[in-house]
Write a protein that binds this ligand. Structure first.
Ligand SMILES: [Zn+2]
Length: 292
């Protein structure tokens, strides 16, 4: 090999190694999960089932709350199982493109305005370097911060790289008209839940990319869905328990599994079932997954 060819080959090798390192460093930053760098999965396998977990407060009080210790334990179990935590937006993109994932993955979301999700849950998520999407309803922060969450908290979460999304204005039932409510009154109410809430969030967290809406208490209707799509929301989230199936045609809605401790017989088993969904490689002959 002559000298110039040798130099060229050495440069090419360096560039190649550098490129690989850069890509890995970039992914590690983006997805914040060492599982990416120490994958135990075969490169030939693909994964189509992706659970979205929905947490609430982490003070251990109430049917949808887990203790701080349990929250940490769940996050550790996800890591120990070799499952990576990906941003909601990454899953949204994969679903739109009908693209399967190369590693077992899941998404973490946290609903409502509890102060301890900002003060307790977010620091633990950061410790694990897990991304998460937080769904807030605005009236509570605006008028009556009974749970103690402030706009400054939201701005800080956003600055730390967490995803801030909309969970309505009042967190009440608005998928149907109330008894005695006129069409006009209902339209005005819907406008506040869908548009005003987003305007307020956008004003208070100007850089947030508000693309998703989580139905309060999981209640939805065809009418509400149509109004949300009309308003420009690209992703709607229920609490209907099924994992996202990336082989299915994306219809703009993802279901989520709500972490709970009272309304299911065995909360631990239900949590493990979500991990099993994530770990199950794509099988073209598998039956559809039913809601739990
Ligand atoms: Zn909620």
């Amino acid at each position: 090999m002559d000298r110039s060819r040798f130099i060229y080959s050495a440069l090419a090798l360096l560039l190649c190694l550098g490129g690989t390192y850069a890509v890995r460093a970039h992914l590690a930053d983006d997805w914040s999960d060492r599982a990416l760098l120490t994958s135990r999965s075969s490169p030939a396998l693909r994964y189509n089932l992706v659970p979205i977990l929905c947490f609430h407060n982490v003070d251990g009080k109430g049917p949808y709350s887990v203790s701080q210790a349990k929250f940490r334990e769940y996050l550790q179990q996800i890591r120990d199982a070799g499952i990576r935590v990906i941003p909601l937006q990454t899953l949204h993109k994969a679903a739109r493109e009908n693209r399967l994932l190369t590693e077992p993955s899941l998404v973490i979301t946290i609903d409502d305005d509890y102060k301890n999700i900002v003060r307790v849950a977010a620091p633990i998520l950061r410790e694990f370097r897990y991304p998460a999407s937080f769904f807030f309803y605005t009236a509570d922060i605006l008028n009556d911060p009974r749970w103690g969450t402030s706009w400054e908290d939201l701005r800080r979460l956003h600055a730390e790289g967490f995803d801030i999304q909309n969970h309505s204005y009042s967190h009440t039932i608005f998928h149907v008209r109330l008894p005695g409510e006129s069409r006009r009154e209902y339209d005005q109410r819907l406008h506040r839940e869908i548009y005003t809430s987003r305007e307020i969030l956008q004003r208070e967290v100007p850089d947030a990319n508000l693309y998703a809406f989580a139905y309060p208490m999981g209640y939805f209707s065809d009418h509400l869905r149509d109004r949300l799509i009309e308003a420009g929301y690209e992703l709607l989230l229920t609490t209907d328990s099924r994992p996202v199936d990336l082989t299915a045609r994306f219809n703009g809605t993802f279901d989520r599994y709500t972490i709970q401790k009272r309304f299911v017989r065995n909360p631990e088993a239900m949590f493990h079932r979500q991990l099993q969904y994530a770990l199950r490689p794509y099988d073209p002959d598998a039956r559809d997954v039913a809601a739990d």
